[in-house]
Ligand binder design. Structure first.
Ligand code: PRX
Length: 673
């Protein structure tokens, strides 16, 4: 990696460059020129109803809509009165059109035996049969329309089958990323009042087994809503089995996935769902300690993710494309851009189970070459890790099938952008830097690969129909190159419809910060950004107490709550700090209870404790022990000062409101871990 100084200079040089799509690429893409893109954006702006209706007509509906949008801020209803089913549009629609034999999902497991990994290809017909059988299995456990089913699974085909089966019968799913801990599972299952949870005996990750079922067993002890746990056999992992409801298992009983499915019929018609029926809940971190269940509904989400998949990645079903998004389905990226937006476009979607560096650091490039991947979508944190591992790994493989490269989850630094462009894209693949969120459901600000000139580090222009602006806290639009808050003025089809069970938090978090002169609220994204003289957006990062660690979102308060739940910690404050690979790392400042030694053993214990309470992704990168935390006279922790300390900055800014100056000196002296 270049030195800080050098990388700063390179950043500036790269940021000022633009990269135009190759003419040959543009000629073959859906949107092949800036004029065509601008016409599409203008159309969507002038006539949003007409624009989105036309897109919706490319998909199947059981009953048409009477009105495209009903908007009374903050509540949107899209495709009012229509009925449809997203599993139908992903699967049955393709089978009915004669494409049952085409590959929908290409799955590759992590273990490699005798040089060959396990690969499974699922066609649309396979998915129709398997989602029907599993949907019937769920019904046999008493699941009916509207019941939220929790899924905690590894990246295996059955995860896709389970979520699509839920959509098939109108049971919203709540998928929990396999890296979360037992406590996180218990909280989410409780919040969603799930009666059924689907898991596996384990999943492969970097050569080891993630003990998913064990984590579920621990969560079951703390939870009283669950009745049934469905277990897929993936690893032949030793697990504790509860054939009958048992007190030790919180009154639940376990079922093998295979036993349920073997007895199930493969006939299960898709439920006719109202466009506004809940499709899924996905928990994400916010500014309080408690993650919020973001609600997405059926019709608008389907239309928005379908169109953005098609345009952003230039998906074309009859062009031998193979699309690969490396995210886990447990995050919104996997929901929208491995499954729900991609399958309706009839391009095979790769699902890979494991780590990018198993068995070797070239695993991803080996997958790209073997499957002839055409679109590749990953996170900046992964790109920075690849850079560090060395160019020799991608260079061992033929990456010439690649056409479009994507990034998501955090700002991409221009050096990483240039490396991606040069080493992975051979300087001929457009890079789409897509800005969006769990709450937005689909892409919001993104280049169109055949039409938009890229600038490294900018997510470029809003997608058609997305009215993004930079405002100050009075809601006034900011001039070019002035930093401000990123807000969305008009509703978009895949917008969140609320937070499960917490209407007030939905209003407070997203619809209370920014209003226009007429008092109308705008959607507040929580990000700071600026727009340059060409109208391009540059995301500057979160302006709230959310941090983006390796592209994964965590609330600083969540980590603080986990730390203070340890016997030794009386008070803690967590801030983000720059991290070479993760983008943002976690710095924790802890005040200890009397009798606890501030040593490395305790640091290790606290890291493990956070992993137990939340998951390994939340482990602090640095823990400092302090006698007290710097506070204002009104008792607020001065996070800005802690950020300065975590970043090793000498100047700590204005400290005039600091209650006790000596606190600061003590932290700076405390040894770092
Ligand atoms: O800060 C922004 C950052 O990720 C946040 C959303 O996180 P999450 O809901 O977990 O969704 C991640 C995947 C969509 C945003 O508020 N973010 C996402 N994409 C970008 C980004 N920051 C800069 N550039 C991006 N392309």
């Amino acid at each position: 990696m270049p030195s800080d100084n050098q990388s700063g200079i390179e950043s500036i040089l790269h940021e000022n460059r633009t990269f135009a799509p190759a003419a040959e690429f543009a000629a073959r893409s859906h949107v092949g020129s800036a004029d065509a893109r601008d016409a599409m954006r203008k159309r969507a702006q002038d006539d949003p109803d007409g624009f989105w209706s036309e897109v919706a007509e490319e998909l199947d509906w059981f009953t048409p809509w009477s009105q495209t949008l009903e908007w009374k801020a903050p509540d949107a209803k899209w495709f009012v009165g229509a009925t449809t089913n997203l599993c139908h549009n992903c699967v049955d629609r393709q089978v009915a059109a004669g494409f049952g034999d085409q590959t929908a999902i290409i799955w590759e497991g992590e273990p490699v035996e005798d040089g060959a990994p396990e690969i499974r290809n699922l066609t649309y017909a396979d998915l129709q049969r398997e989602t029907s059988r599993f949907a019937n299995a769920l019904k046999s456990l008493g699941v009916s329309r509207g019941d939220i089913v929790t899924i905690y699974m590894p990246m295996v085909p059955e995860l896709a089958i389970a979520m699509l089966a839920c959509a098939r019968i109108g049971a919203p799913h709540s998928i929990i990323f396999g890296g979360f801990s037992a406590s996180a599972i218990a909280d989410r299952v409780h919040d969603a009042s799930s009666k059924v949870l689907i898991t596996a005996d384990g999943g492969w990750r970097r050569g080891g087994i993630v003990p998913l079922k064990d984590n579920v067993d621990k969560a079951c002890k703390k939870n009283d809503s669950l009745d049934h746990v469905v277990v897929l056999k993936r690893c032949e992992n030793d697990i504790t089995w509860h054939a009958e409801p048992s007190t030790e298992h919180g009154g639940k009983r376990d079922h093998w996935w295979s036993d349920l499915v073997d007895n199930a019929s493969d006939d299960c018609p898709c439920e006719h769902m109202d466009s506004e029926d809940l499709l899924f809940v996905l928990y994400t971190s916010g500014t309080t300690g408690k993650p919020k269940g973001i609600m997405h509904t059926t019709g608008g989400y389907m239309v928005h993710t379908y169109l953005t998949s098609k345009i952003t990645f230039d998906l074309r079903p009859d062009d031998d494309q193979v699309y690969w998004c490396t995210a886990d389905i447990g995050w919104i990226t996997g929901h929208s851009y491995i499954i729900y937006g991609v399958l309706p476009n009839r391009v095979p979607s790769i699902m890979y189970e494991g780590a990018p560096n198993f068995p070797e650091a070239d695993r991803f490039w080996d997958i790209v070459a073997r499957h002839k991947v055409t679109q590749f979508y990953t996170a900046p944190t992964a790109i920075r890790a690849f850079m560090k591992w060395g160019d020799e790994h991608p260079q061992k493989h033929d990456l010439s099938s690649l056409r479009v490269l994507g990034t998501v989850g955090e700002p991409i630094n221009p050096e990483a952008w240039m490396w991606y462009h040069r080493v992975i894209g051979s300087e001929c693949c457009p890079i789409v830097d897509t800005w969006w969120q769990t709450e937005t459901g689909g892409h919001m600000i993104t280049p169109m690969p055949g039409a938009t000139d890229a600038k490294p580090g900018s997510c470029t222009l809003p997608f058609p129909g997305v009215d993004a602006v930079i405002v100050n806290d009075k809601g006034e639009e900011q001039p070019a190159n002035t930093g401000g808050l990123l807000a969305i003025r008009k509703p978009w089809p895949s917008m969140l419809r609320g937070i499960l069970g917490d209407r007030q938090r939905f209003i407070d978090t997203y619809w209370s910060t920014i209003r226009n002169a007429d008092g109308e609220p705008y959607y507040f994204a929580g990000d700071g950004a600026r727009r340059d003289e060409d109208g391009y957006f540059w995301i500057m990062g979160r302006v709230d107490d959310v941090i983006n660690v390796s592209g994964h979102r965590l609330g600083t308060m969540e980590v603080e709550s986990a730390l203070v739940s340890h016997d030794s910690v009386v008070e803690s404050a967590v801030v983000g700090m720059p991290h070479e690979i993760k983008g943002t790392g976690i710095a924790a400042f802890c005040t200890l209870a009397p009798g606890h030694a501030p040593d490395d053993a305790l640091r290790g214990a606290l890291r493990d404790h956070v992993a137990k309470e939340i998951g390994a992704i939340a482990k602090p990168d640095m823990i400092r022990f302090t006698d007290a935390l710097p506070k204002t006279r009104s008792g607020k922790i001065m996070r800005r000062l802690l950020r300065d300390i975590a970043e090793g900055r000498e100047s700590v800014g204005d400290t005039t409101t600091l209650e006790d100056y000596t606190v600061l000196a003590k932290i700076r002296e405390s040894d770092e871990g």
